[in-house]
Design a protein around this ligand. Structure first.
Ligand code: GDP
Ligand code: MN
Length: 380
């Protein structure tokens, strides 16, 4: 889950990483109010999940309310490489003496964390990386050993950060590492990390990507949800804790296990249909999970038929069947359902479904047969 800059700065603040005071605005009037609160001069920054905002004209300085109106008016609604700006972040502007770069990411190949620090931060870091890779210090960090203040100091010295910035930068590096590890981020990047004329070091930009697999231990991430994708179906799936990817077809898919769900998409394609989604309800899914999944797929207006493909291992057939019956009782399912139920307690499951079978709910013994029927129904 990628965060917007303003959210990344909120996340940084939890780990005591210094950022400038500011606030978000969705209208010009709000931008002026935020600027008045932050104190002039301010910088107005487009909130889109794409880099190079500065070069695209999405970042402007304003010294008074009139300039805030002008720039916020221009930036709101702007298209920055396909991303429309719906929000701006308005913060108290900093005086910049130097711009540095600092980040932590995971180096899967090395099975270690990777710190990258450069004295040549700012909007041209990609160019620096391409033309002068030696200007970026890369240091692996053993996750078991962590990063001490001394380690951090060594890194910033190796990167030739200015003497007066070294202690402050090392301090931020240690905090950024904590933010990255304890905060369960895949990426925590500050570009630029600045040195001000009065010798302070702080984060002027924030790029944070959170590891969705760790969401269960971060209830505070709920505030960030809905940022990753504009697809309302995926948003609904996240709220329900379901592994879902929205697609463009008309056959809604529910399967247990990622492998079976993928195969189900393939088989639907193979018999000439197109899946509306990927949805894996996981192993050992309860009736409640099945009901939840069915409601989610049913809410997709593109869905014309629903194919439920379950091979029971830990998941038991009667749980699946009870889930379907529960969902049928809770909401009006607008598309016909075809189910292929096999594996553990499949017979018990089929017996439960038997009483509910109709031209809106039918069972087929094999995956390919069920797929054919679902595809035909989606076309009807
Ligand atoms: P990006 O272009 O999307 O990476 O956006 P950044 O937040 O990194 O801003 C781009 C550039 O705008 C920075 O490298 C700075 O040079 C400049 N900038 C951003 N905030 C300020 C500020 O408070 N004061 C000044 N003087 N420049 C700023
Ligand atoms: Mn930046």
């Amino acid at each position: 889950m990628d965060l917007f800059e303003y959210q990344g700065k909120q996340y940084f603040a939890r780990y005591d990483i210094p950022v400038s005071p500011g606030g978000v605005a969705t209208t010009v009037d709000e931008a002026v109010a935020q600027a008045d609160a932050a104190g002039y001069p301010v910088v107005i920054k487009a909130q889109v999940q794409v880099g190079g905002r500065g070069k695209a004209g999405g970042i402007k300085l304003a010294t008074n309310a009139g300039e805030v109106r002008l720039h916020a008016g221009n930036i709101l609604g702007m298209d920055i490489r396909g991303h429309i700006v719906h929000k701006v972040w308005v913060e108290n502007a900093s005086d910049i003496k130097k711009e540095y770069y600092a980040s932590f990411t995971l180096d899967r190949g090395a099975r270690k964390h990777l710190a990258m620090v450069s004295a040549r931060g700012g909007v041209d870091i990609e160019q620096v990386a391409a033309e002068e890779p030696e200007a970026i210090v890369r240091r692996h960090i053993d996750p078991a050993a962590g990063l001490s203040h001394d380690d951090a100091l060594e890194i910033v010295k190796d990167a030739h950060l200015d003497e007066e910035a070294q202690a402050g930068a090392a301090d931020i590096l240690v905090k950024l590492y904590r933010c990255y590890v304890e905060g369960d981020a895949d990426l925590a990047e500050i570009n630029p990390l600045i040195l001000t004329p009065d010798g302070r070091v702080h984060a002027l930009d924030a790029k944070v990507s959170l590891d969705g697999n760790a969401a269960f231990r971060h209830p505070e991430w709920a505030a960030f949800e809905g940022t990753e994708s504009d697809d309302p179906r995926e948003q609904m799936a996240r709220e329900r804790g379901l592994q879902y990817v929205g697609l463009d077809g008309s056959v809604g898919i529910i399967a247990n296990g990622a492998g079976l769900a993928m195969s189900t998409l393939d088989v639907v394609n193979q018999v000439g249909g197109s899946p509306a989604n990927f949805l894996d309800i996981g192993g050992g899914a309860s009736a409640a999970v099945m009901a939840n999944a069915l409601e989610l797929v049913n809410a997709d207006p593109k869905v014309r038929a629903i194919f439920i493909n379950i091979f029971g291992g830990i998941t038991r057939g009667e749980e699946v069947a009870n889930g379907i019956v529960t969902a049928l009782g809770r909401v009006t399912i607008s598309s016909p359902i075809v189910i292929r139920l096999d594996g553990t307690n499949a017979a018990e499951g089929r017996a439960i479904l038997k009483d509910h079978e109709s031209d809106r709910l039918m069972s087929r013994p094999t995956m390919v047969e069920a797929a054919r029927v679902a595809v035909a129904l989606a076309r009807a």
